[in-house]
Design a protein around this ligand. Structure first.
Ligand code: TMP
Ligand code: ASP
Length: 239
């Protein structure tokens, strides 16, 4: 069956239920707006498993997500959403594009988390935007932008505490939201939460446990992802 949609890391397929899609996690990895590409055997399985546990953990804490059910090693059932073209990034420490843009040393801790919006456009390389750009481009209303920021900060707080239990520091992450197909007035967390979309540093050794291992050619990419899954599994089975 042909996918309804194929992105850089996932494919979406229709199901018997028009409001439910199957989301397949791929082994392909891209970085720097797909300038750099590779295939990592097992990445799809690891990212699907981590996302599932993160969504379940967040749902328990009151965050609405598009998760419906687990399917198999690389597939989840999710509610059909219309993805907002506003990507939300939360930063607790300087790294990646923030360090590059601002000339601030990687690892510098922020007094207060920084929330950033970018326009989800592969063609344009996901440029940094603000609420006014989102309003003018019809991506999200000012009220929706305020809601995204509020939700992102709540999710950040929950994830900081959770990853601390895993012995991991949450440096930054990117999340996406979507309007439910069955009720477009409802905006829920969608897409994925994995080492592809979060920077996670080992709290003891400072070692990078995320996609920066691929971006910076550090090696041991899947070993790090597997270690993250193991820690997330033990932290979720304890609670
Ligand atoms: P950045 O420093 O490269 O802007 O990344 C900030 C966070 O967002 C980092 O955890 C990686 C994640 N991210 C994505 O998930 N997808 C993207 O396309 C980009 C640019 C970043
Ligand atoms: N996800 C983006 C890409 O696929 C950028 C990144 O994560 O570095 O190119």
């Amino acid at each position: 069956m042909a996918p309804l949609y194929e992105g850089k890391a996932k494919r979406l397929y229709t199901t018997d239920d028009p409001n439910v899609l199957r989301m397949e996690y791929k082994d392909e990895a891209t970085a720097f707006n797909a300038e750099k590409k590779a295939v990592f055997e097992d990445k799809g399985r690891l990212n699907k498993a981590i996302t599932l546990l993160m969504y379940q953990m967040l749902e328990k804490k009151g965050t609405l997500t598009h998760l419906v059910a687990d399917v198999d090693e690389v597939n989840l059932l999710v509610k059909k959403v219309d993805i907002l073209l506003v990507e939300v990034i939360v930063r607790n420490q300087a790294a990646g594009n923030f360090s590059k843009r601002m000339g601030v040393e990687e690892g510098t801790k922020f007094k207060t988390p920084i929330v950033e919006f970018s326009y989800k456009s592969d063609e344009l390389g996901d440029p940094l935007i603000n609420d006014d750009y989102a309003r003018e481009m019809g991506l999200a209303t000012p009220e929706e932008c305020a809601f995204l920021k509020e939700q992102a900060l709540i999710i950040n707080g929950v994830m900081i505490d959770f990853f601390k239990e895993c012995g991991l520091g949450l440096v930054d992450f990117k999340i996406e939201f979507g309007r439910l197909a069955e009720d477009p007035s409802k905006i829920v967390l969608a897409d994925e939460i994995s080492p592809d979309t979060c920077r996670l540093w080992d709290l003891k050794t400072g070692e990078k446990m995320d996609k920066d291992r691929f971006r910076e050619d550090l090696g041991g990419v899947m070993e790090a992802y597997a270690e993250v899954l193991e820690r997330v599994q033990s932290a979720t089975s304890e609670s």
